[in-house]
Every structure is written in C-alpha cells, then in structure tokens.
Design a protein around this ligand. Structure first.
Ligand code: ZN
Length: 510
C-alpha cells in the first residue's frame, strides 16, 4: 500500500514519479519498493512501457483519483509508439501495460519491433539542461520528461537546446529508480555543432512527435496509411495515375529534402543504390510495423500536417488495373457484325437488313440507335453511284469507328493485340477500302494510334505482371517473360521487364 504519492508533473514519466516516491520514503531496497508500489513483486524491465499499472492503481490511497488510463496515456511512451498502429494492436498493448503480460516475458518493446528494428530507442534517459535548471528554481527538484525520451528527438522544444544524455539506463534488467538530480544531471549546455538546417529539420520533427505524444489521434490501419501516402505521392507527380510509385524520383526528392548527415542522426541512412533500402520498402503494404520515427520523416518530407493524416477519411491508393470494358467490346462486336451485314448486302434497304439480322438489329436499335442510324443506308448502297460516295461523311464515320476499335483492342481480355491499321481494320471487319487515302482523317488517326513495337512489348509485360499479381503468383523477370509469351532468350526483353517491374510496380531490380 502507498500512503501518499508525490504530485505528478506535466509530461513526467511514470518511472520518474516512482523514483521521486522512493527518494521521499528513503527506501533503499528495490524489491521492497516494487512490492510497496504494486502489491507484489513484478519484473520491471522497461522505463518507457511499464506494466501492471492496474495493480499500482489498486495500491494507491482511496482518496487518489489517478487512473490507469491517465498514467498510460500521459506518463508513458505509449501514445507515441502506438500512433501508427491499428486500433486492435493499440488496445492489445494498452492491455499489456494495464494488466501485465501474464507472466510471459512479452514486452511492449518486442511487440512494437524494437528488438529487430534498425531504429533503436535511446538507451539512457535524456534531459534538457535548461529545463533542469528552471525546474530546480521553480519546483525545487527536477524530473524525467516523456517528450525528451522520444527516439529521434535531439532538441528541447521549449529551449531549442540539444538534449543531454544522463547515465541512467532506460532498458534492461538493470533498471533502478533514479531521480533527475545533481548525481546524474547538470546545467552545463552541450556544444551544438549541427548546422542550422539540421537543427530546423529536427525541431520540426520534435514538434510533430510531441503532437503524437499529446494528442490521442484516432488509430488507422496500416493499409489506410499506405494508401494515404500513395495519394499524396500521386498529387506530387511521384506516382502514376494507377498509384505505382516512381521510386527513383521519390528517393531523389527525399534525399534533396534530407541531408545524409540528418538521416544518419535519425538512424535512417539510405543507400541510394540498394534496392532494399528502407525508403524503397516503406510505402508497401507488407503488414510490418514501422517505427513512428520513419512515419514522421516521411510525413515531414511530404509536407503534411499530422491531423490531416489522422482526420482524413477517404483514400484511394492503388487503382485496380483490371479495366472491364466488356460492354464496349460487346457493342464493338455487334457493330462489326452489322457493318459486315451491310457490306454483304449492298443492295438491301433497312427493312431487308432487319430481316437478315434479326436479333442483332433489335439489340442495336435498342442500345445503339444513333450509331445504327448513321451507318445504315436509308436507301440501298448499290443504287448510290460510285462517284457519289460522300467520302467526307464516310471518313467521319470511319474515324469514330476506328477510335472505338482502338479502345477495344487496348482493353480486350485475353492475349494482347498490337494496335496497327490492319488490326483495326480486321476488328471492324472492313475490306481494304478502309485504307483508302480519301479517308484522310481516319488514315491520319491510324498512323498516330499505331503502336510502336517497344510500346506494345511494355503493354504486354504490364498485362502479364498485373495478371500475376491478381493470381498471387511470383514476380520474377523470367516468369513474367514466359507469362507474356516472349519465348527465347531475348536480353532486350529481359531488361525491359526488369525496367517495368521497377518503375511501374516498385519492384527492386536485383
Ligand atoms: Zn528545455
């Protein structure tokens, strides 16, 4: 049982309160202290994420109004490190801190991924020498602050001074309850050799990090966050309309934004040539927890306010690549058949054509009347003298049909077909007259729409990759090559596939 608890200061670490309690009681034995505080002996291995807070609250005097929620949310690192986790994961960690991990050696650190992360949390408690000095003057004592312990925070937000590292261990089994006093802190300022741009970058980071610590933003799923990032990158022209990242550009701009020295300070160096540097893997929905430090770096790079990320509701992310143009293709097919019918029956009038193509006629008149009316001769074509063909009008019509046909070729299912004047003619079911130079605009359009062999290859490759993604199959250059129907050992094609994988699908070259 605890008879009294010292007043808790703003931003004070829960650990710091316990240390001051110990000093006030003059308790020497750590074991006795823990039994006093928690009602039994528990294993204390973390200053940042204490456990069994409920047991502690139960030991408080009956008059105390302190709750577990208040302690965890205001006096531990919990709000910061769970900011980018889903609600489910956040609740899970909250429960561990409130009720303990039930005898298992499960720690919040392990769950968050500190043990295998490249970004380590500070191993010693840190403080600002001026905050320390002011505390002594105003409060008569100082204390450990939560905001000074955030990974990546190097400056005090209040005094813009470099934080100092004390000799008090913050992790491991050697944790003792030590106050921020003259034994471990001093008022001497640290010499600041960082250039001003680094200081400003970090102060911005500090601002955002403290916002996370203070504000209980609604939790979001990782999928949402990734899609949010993709949307912002698309707005900046760093992703395609479909949401495929232009990774080289992203990296280039990121490195323009952050000097290497700063990335180094933030434990987030990037080897621009490595296909698996953290930045390249960052905007991927791979279900791995990312440290908030890198989320903050990325958001700062994008120039986005924290509340926008958390309050925003709508995200798009990657757009589905399967374009279903079947209805158009359907129309196209029917139009082709109808035109064929007209060709085969040059002397037929409308009612004769209707008779010959019964079902087809009904469908076209119902769904495609305007087109029907334009192309179907009112009187039989045969009576039209050759010299009276209105090429201008026919050109207009053919141009429209050619455009439809190109669309349908580009979006048809099955094996891709290259767009060429003759593939367009074939799909329309027209004779060689279709290439007549009197159809000026049509010929012009066909020349422009013609797909270069390289472009066609890229389209085939993309289609194969998209198919494989949809089917959940492996993406290697070789597999894509076979899937796309490129036989043999063409090195040019292989390079092309590797390029498309990298540029359009954010898939590192190996
Ligand atoms: Zn300060």
């Amino acid at each position: 049982m605890i008879n009294f608890l010292p007043q808790i200061y703003e931003n004070e670490l829960f650990y710091s309160v316990l240390a001051r309690y110990r000093r006030m009681c003059g308790m020497v034995s750590k074991r006795a202290l823990i039994e006093d505080l928690f009602g039994r002996h528990i294993f204390v291995s973390s200053i940042y994420f204490p456990q069994y807070i409920d047991s502690f609250v139960k030991c408080l005097p009956p008059t105390s109004e302190l709750t577990a929620i208040e302690i965890i949310k205001n006096h531990t690192m919990f709000p910061f490190y769970t900011s980018f986790l889903s609600k489910e994961k956040t609740d899970f960690l909250f429960n561990i801190m409130q009720n303990g991990a039930n005898g298992s050696k499960m720690t919040v650190e392990k769950y968050i991924g500190f043990s295998n992360s490249k970004v380590r949390k500070p191993n010693y408690l840190r403080y600002c020498p001026l905050c320390y000095k002011e505390d002594l003057e105003v409060l008569g004592e100082s204390y450990w602050r939560t905001n000074h312990q955030i990974a990546g925070v190097h400056y005090c937000s209040k005094h813009h001074l470099l934080l100092k590292q004390s000799s008090v261990l913050s992790t491991g089994s050697g944790i003792d309850f030590i106050c921020a006093d003259e034994q471990v802190c001093d008022v001497e300022l640290l010499k600041d050799d960082y250039p001003d741009n680094i200081k400003q970058l970090n102060l911005k980071y500090v601002h955002n990090a403290e916002l996370l610590l203070e504000t209980n933003f609604p939790r979001k799923e990782l999928k949402y966050i990734i899609e949010f990032y993709i949307d912002r990158l698309r707005e900046k022209g760093l992703a395609s309309n479909n949401g495929n990242l232009y990774m080289k550009d992203v990296q280039e701009r990121f490195l323009l934004n952050y000097p290497m020295e700063y990335l180094n300070l933030m434990q987030s160096d990037i080897d621009p040539d490595s296909p698996s540097n953290w930045l390249r893997l960052f905007v991927r929905n791979n279900n791995k927890n990312r440290t908030p430090l890198r989320h903050l770096l990325f958001l700062q790079f994008l120039g986005i306010r924290m509340d926008y990320l958390f309050q925003n509701k709508e995200v798009i992310g990657k757009k589905s690549v399967s374009i279903q143009h079947n209805p158009i293709f359907d129309i196209q097919e029917r139009r082709e058949k109808w035109l064929q019918l007209i060709e085969e029956n040059p002397n037929a009038n409308r009612s004769q054509l209707k008779e010959k193509g019964k079902g087809l006629h009904t469908w076209i008149c119902k769904y495609d009347w305007d087109w029907y009316d334009r192309v179907t001769p009112k009187a039989a074509l045969g009576r039209e003298k050759a010299g009276t063909i209105d090429w201008y009008k026919r050109d207009e019509e053919c141009l429209r049909l050619a455009k439809d046909a190109v669309e349908s070729i580009l979006h048809r299912k099955g094996k891709p077909v290259r767009v060429t004047p003759s593939s367009v003619r074939k799909i329309l079911g027209f004779g060689s007259w279709f290439h007549n130079e009197k159809l000026v605009r049509t010929q012009q359009y066909l020349r422009e729409a013609k797909e270069e062999i390289e472009d066609f290859r890229i389209r085939k490759i993309k289609r194969a990759i998209e198919d494989r993604i949809k089917q959940g199959e492996k993406l290697t250059v070789y597999k894509v090559q076979l899937h796309a129907g490129f036989g043999g050992n063409n090195q040019e094609v292989k390079n092309l596939i590797a390029d498309v994988l990298e540029k359009e699908f954010n898939f590192p070259k190996c």
